[in-house]
Ligand binder design. Structure first.
Ligand code: PMT
Length: 222
């Protein structure tokens, strides 16, 4: 493992998957476990960083020495991330954030009625937290995104890097048992300067360390 090359750096990471409430008992969600984001938090802490982890609906033990802020919905995650980002040297969006939420959140549990067809669920767009963080970043602050793609992985990642305006973007293939909920991952780290660094299939900690290497290099070029 690397030395304390992140000493004195403030790192903010989002992990897990947002839940967008439909009524008091139901939500729209995704399969993120938070493992990739927690691996990023543990490795950054081990490399000397001061780490804040904004955790959306995870069931993982809080890493020692890391500040954990639990959130539920994309809107809550956005508030926590923007507040923490104001103080951060690097922001990493590893959470799976819902692009849409139900247009209406009903106050009481939705009931089924005999002979009545269910109402369709109307959706509205959620804010794009990563794009906002990138647009608002201070000079010298790095903003890192992830891209979860089920097909045309590299092309999708390159397009997202440009669209979101972040400095680095980690693209990983998902679906068919890959990445979501597992202990291993495989990815390519794309940089805004055109550099592309493949990270072979291995523990999520190895991908996390490769990302901190890329971040650390940008702060103190060899
Ligand atoms: O948690 P695990 O089980 O370990 O799984 C890890 C993972 C597969 C969730 C992780 O490696 C990963 O890919 N995270 C990003 C998931 C995602 O939302 O990807 P996306 O391609 O839909 O979004 C692209 C980027 O924009 C992401 O950084 C995302 O956090 C961000 N985003 C997306 C939508 C939105 N409304 N706001 C955002 O900030």
């Amino acid at each position: 493992t690397a030395g304390p090359d992140l000493a004195g750096r403030r790192v903010v990471i989002s992990a897990g998957g947002t839940r967008e409430p439909l009524d008091p008992v139901r939500y729209l969600g995704n399969h993120s476990s938070g493992k990739q984001g927690y691996a990023l938090a543990r490795t950054a802490q081990a490399r000397g960083a001061e780490v804040t982890l904004v955790a959306a609906n995870t069931a993982l033990p809080a890493p020692a020495g890391v500040t954990v802020e639990p959130v539920g919905s994309a809107e809550e995650l956005r508030t926590a991330m923007r507040r923490a980002a104001a103080e951060a040297d690097v922001v990493v969006m590893a959470a799976a954030v819902a692009d849409f939420r139900p247009a209406r959140q009903v106050a009481q549990k939705i009931k089924k009625r005999d002979g009545v067809e269910p109402e369709p669920i109307a959706l509205v767009r959620n804010p794009d937290v990563l794009a906002e963080l990138a647009a608002e970043r201070r000079p010298g602050q790095l903003v890192v995104g992830f891209a979860a793609e089920t097909e045309n992985v590299l092309a999708g990642g390159r397009a997202k890097l440009a669209r979101k305006g972040c400095d680095l973007l980690v693209v990983n293939q998902v679906g068919g048992g890959l990445a979501f909920g597992t202990d291993e991952n495989e990815a390519v780290i794309l940089a805004a300067d055109g550099t592309e660094t493949p990270v072979p299939f291995g523990p999520k900690e190895a991908l996390a360390d490769a990302l901190w290497d890329a971040v650390s290099q940008r702060w103190s070029p060899a």
